[in-house]
Design a binder for this molecule. Structure first.
Ligand SMILES: [Zn+2]
Length: 327
């Protein structure tokens, strides 16, 4: 646990605290914020999602309890979850045992504190827009490239959720109709070509064909680490370089269409793959997007890498609950 010095606090000043939480498939991250968005304290626990719903909730409680220990007057808890959220309830989450769980009711009953729940990619985009690389943009699109690909949209200065909260599934836009089967059962989605699952599948396929790579079988036992891919890329590994080139190409194709559709001022890239390999992949993405979009519209768009990185969802969740309650 890391305690960050709380510099803005002065004795007697009327300040309240807020909590932002990022519930992920492997870890639960939480942070205590002050009114101005200064991070006071952070806490991290494994989410233990393979052990069932009760265990995940237990881990969440441990994170919240630790953050609440040193807090004063916590006015709200904002939470980002990888799934579809309807009225605070997790309607669908493919990678966690929390389907149909009403997280808002749980927090309100357990802690008597107001709560807001948002899709994690939406929350991350919101965080980047309020505090990070998309700050000041009127229209911005975020790609979060990790195990899957999440998307977030800021349109006309607000978070766009669609008519039924299902919008911004950028990972399931088609970029190659004859492409591989995606986790959603469609063929050729962006996620089936540019996510870590796609990279893992391609490395495995190439290894089986006898192509030489520094990625070992043991690296592929669980999902391959972004840092492992980065060192293979830096060593000039041909298999990894060619796969990552394709990853960036399909991201660029999609960005071209998005540019034509939305005319965003900012397109932002976050998530594990972009944090590790953003500098290498971004030029290929930009070059491809340029080829697949209308020049006049392309010229108005800036491409950026995430500034808040792993903290984007925390900042977004904090902002969303603070705006709901009113600071
Ligand atoms: Zn899909």
């Amino acid at each position: 646990m890391k305690i960050i010095k709380y510099e803005s606090f002065k004795e007697g000043e009327d300040m309240s605290n807020w909590i932002g939480v990022d519930i992920g498939g492997t870890k639960i991250l939480g942070a205590l914020f002050d009114d101005k968005g200064n991070k006071i304290k952070t806490e991290k626990k494994s989410s233990k999602s393979s052990k069932g719903k009760e265990k995940v909730i237990d881990q969440l409680k441990k994170v919240l309890d630790t953050l609440l220990e040193d807090s004063k007057d916590v006015k709200g808890i904002g939470i980002g979850v990888p799934g579809v959220i309807k009225d605070g309830k997790i309607a669908f989450t493919p990678n966690m045992p929390l389907n149909e769980f009403n997280l808002i009711d749980f927090v309100k009953e357990e802690y008597k504190i107001d709560c807001f729940v948002e899709n994690d990619a939406n929350a991350s985009m919101y965080g980047e827009w309020k505090f990070g690389a998309a700050k000041g943009a009127k229209n911005a699109v975020g790609y979060f490239v990790g195990t899957g690909i999440g998307g977030g949209l800021i349109l006309n200065n607000s978070l766009y959720r669609g008519s039924y909260n299902f919008a911004a599934e950028i990972g399931h836009m088609n970029v190659y109709p004859q492409g591989p089967l995606c986790g959603c059962n469609l063929r050729g989605c962006l996620e089936s070509l540019s996510s870590k699952v796609a990279i893992q599948r391609e490395i495995t396929r190439k290894r089986e064909r006898g192509e030489k790579t520094v990625i070992k079988k043991s690296d592929l036992k669980n999902i391959v680490k972004s840092s492992t891919l980065k060192s293979a890329y830096d060593e000039g590994d041909k298999v990894v370089r060619s796969i990552l080139n394709d990853v960036a190409f399909y991201l660029g194709i999609n960005a071209g269409s998005i540019i034509n559709l939305l005319n965003p001022d900012v397109i932002l890239y976050g998530g594990g793959i972009m944090e590790a390999l953003g500098e290498e992949l971004l030029p290929i993405i930009i070059e491809t997007a340029k080829q697949y979009s209308i020049p006049h519209i392309f010229d108005t768009c800036e491409f950026k890498l995430s500034k808040l990185k792993d903290d984007a969802c925390l900042y977004g969740a904090f902002s969303l609950i603070q705006e709901k309650v009113g600071a």
